[in-house]
Design a protein around this ligand. Structure first.
Ligand SMILES: O=C(O)CCC(=O)C(=O)O
Ligand SMILES: [Fe+2]
Length: 537
């Protein structure tokens, strides 16, 4: 057991350094660009803050205890409290794969494919300390911290992808091979876990408990395991701690500098696994045991930290990660626990394979949505306007919702990342042009609807039904356009290198003859509100 204060036994150690609860609160709140720690997503933001503050008060001025392999109870606690966390040390991974993956990281780094994300957390724009790149199934996206990342496609069977560099193509091929390898390893580890759980249950007599319900195993079946290990993307991470002068301190356990603070991974298929390949660029004869500190984790070595959400009794774990080690988070581990990445000395890459929940996150999906919206478009009139096939409120509402979806979830997200998503391949260029074209038609649709509500002689009831159908979407559009515009101009955005500078697109000036409606919808929204307030004759 690591007992940071020395002295006491077990989990009750007191500590050397004692930040005030306020300091810790601040530390955790700011603690870089991840969602705040350990909170039930169902709880409101305000309630969460209250809960969090109470937790901090309870902690008073002690660090919570955590374990490393140096502690006697480490493996026992791991087995008992973190059984769904699996480590495969580098030695168990084929040498050839190590070589290829490490070369792939170097290539992608050399070509400048990884970049820090300008994410948005609690209304603030923050730059992640870690540089990232999403590689995965063609057309797939992954959203985290209000940022949609677009895959650099890996060459799945039947695809024909062109990359700017042959080296980058090879790197993506390698990541696909790593993905298949980790998928197989995940299934195997998961099946072993289920077998163990089943064996434990079988030990319990069936006829105890009021409903004889014990003894029935309701774990995942083989098909569940397979689908929840079918990784469709990997998010690559890179950080060189020497180049990051300021890294946050881990606030609860005193685990030291963090590269990624406590979080749950977002936007994953429920109960799906995450597999991580970790490559720290250690020298050949790094860290002898002698100069590592006697207590706590070795600050020169990279670690992954785990804790149970909302639990201040169970010790946390800090697991050292050496070159080529892999770890797996199985089943609901990501939901019940949080993890963080503790920085060591050398630069480090990781490849984090995930089953992204992409029911509304693929190119095919958004193209279909746009086609659905455009089904309402009839002929283009001589004046360049569009005629609408239906004025049914439900149809109009759906059209405006899709208009917002393609504009804010796709076009603005994409252009906000500057030329970054086009750095390795042009894969997204044609689809984005197509989406923009469809979006442009939707501007025409909105204009057509406005035309209709302004038309003399439309019965008030009918007019109000149309206005009501579109007002919420237009209000949202106005708010979000203002927000994205500001985000593109933020002080932090201006510090980014030219090729990562956000572009506010689509954007147009007031009197642009090509655009039927203004960028700023303030006047349109007030006009619609005014119409609803008019007394019925
Ligand atoms: O690099 C790692 O080991 C994990 C990084 C991580 O937690 C993440 O990207 O979500
Ligand atoms: Fe994570």
């Amino acid at each position: 057991m690591y007992n940071p204060g020395g002295g006491g036994e077990g989990c009750s150690g007191s500590m050397k350094r004692t930040p005030t609860p306020e300091e810790r609160e601040r530390e955790a709140k700011e603690s870089h660009c991840r969602a705040p720690t350990g909170f039930d997503p169902a709880t409101s933001e305000k309630a969460r803050r209250g809960q969090k503050l109470r937790l901090f008060e309870e902690l008073e001025d002690t660090w919570l205890p955590y374990l490393t392999p140096k502690d006697d109870e480490f493996y026992q606690q791991w087995q008992l409290k973190y059984p769904k966390l699996v480590l495969r040390e580098a030695g168990s991974v084929p040498e050839e794969l190590h070589r290829e993956v490490q070369a792939a990281f170097a290539t992608l780094h050399k070509h400048g494919c990884l970049a820090r994300d300008l994410v948005r957390v609690q209304g603030k724009d923050l730059l992640t300390p870690v540089a990232r790149l999403l590689v995965g199934n063609p057309g797939c996206t992954y959203k985290y911290l209000n940022t949609r990342l677009f895959t650099v496609p890996w060459p799945v069977r039947g695809s024909n992808i062109s990359y700017h560099e042959a080296e980058v193509a090879a790197a993506c091929q390698t990541l696909l091979s790593l993905n298949s390898y980790l998928q197989l390893e995940t299934v195997q580890a998961w099946e072993e876990l289920v077998a163990k759980e089943r064996a434990n249950i079988d030990e319990v007599p069936v006829c105890i408990g009021p409903d004889f319900g014990l003894g029935i195993f309701d774990g995942p079946d083989e098909a569940d395991i397979r689908s929840r290990s079918a990784y469709n993307v990997t998010l690559l991470n890179f950080m060189d701690p020497q180049k990051m002068p300021y890294l946050k301190e881990e606030p609860y356990f005193g685990m030291g500098k963090m590269a990624v603070s406590w979080h749950h991974d977002e936007n994953l298929v429920d109960r799906s696994a995450v597999a991580v390949y970790s490559h720290s660029c250690e020298g050949p004869e790094e860290d002898s045991e002698e100069d590592s500190p006697l207590e706590g984790r070795d600050p020169d070595t990279w670690h992954v930290g785990f804790k149970i959400s909302w639990d201040i009794e169970t010790p946390g774990l800090a697991i050292p990660l050496h070159q080529g080690d892999c770890y797996f988070m199985l089943d609901d581990l990501n939901a019940t626990h949080q993890h963080c990445v503790l920085a060591g000395l050398p630069p480090r890459f990781s490849s984090t394979h995930r089953v992204a929940e992409c029911s509304t996150g693929t190119l095919d999906y958004i193209l279909q949505r746009c086609q659905l919206a455009l089904q309402n478009v009839g002929d283009v009139t001589d004046s360049g306007g569009v005629s609408l096939k239906s004025l049914e409120p439900a149809v109009l509402k759906q059209g405006e919702e899709i208009h917002n979806e393609v504009e804010f979830e796709w076009l603005r997200q994409f252009w906000f990342q500057g030329s970054r998503p086009r750095k390795c391949t042009d894969w997204w260029c044609q689809p984005m042009a197509q989406l923009e074209e469809m979006w442009r038609k939707m501007e025409g649709v909105t204009n057509g609807v406005l035309h209709e509500v302004r038309r003399e002689g439309v019965p008030v009831g009918q007019r109000n039904a149309m206005v009501t159908a579109i007002l919420a979407s237009l209000t949202t559009r106005q708010t979000l356009r203002r927000e994205w515009h500001a985000r593109c101009q933020s002080r932090i955005a201006r510090t980014l290198p030219a090729d990562q500078k956000p572009e506010c697109r689509p954007y147009w000036e007031k009197e642009d003859p090509a655009m039927p409606l203004p960028f700023d919808l303030t006047d349109v929204v007030s006009e619609l509100r005014g119409l609803l307030l008019e007394p019925t004759p």
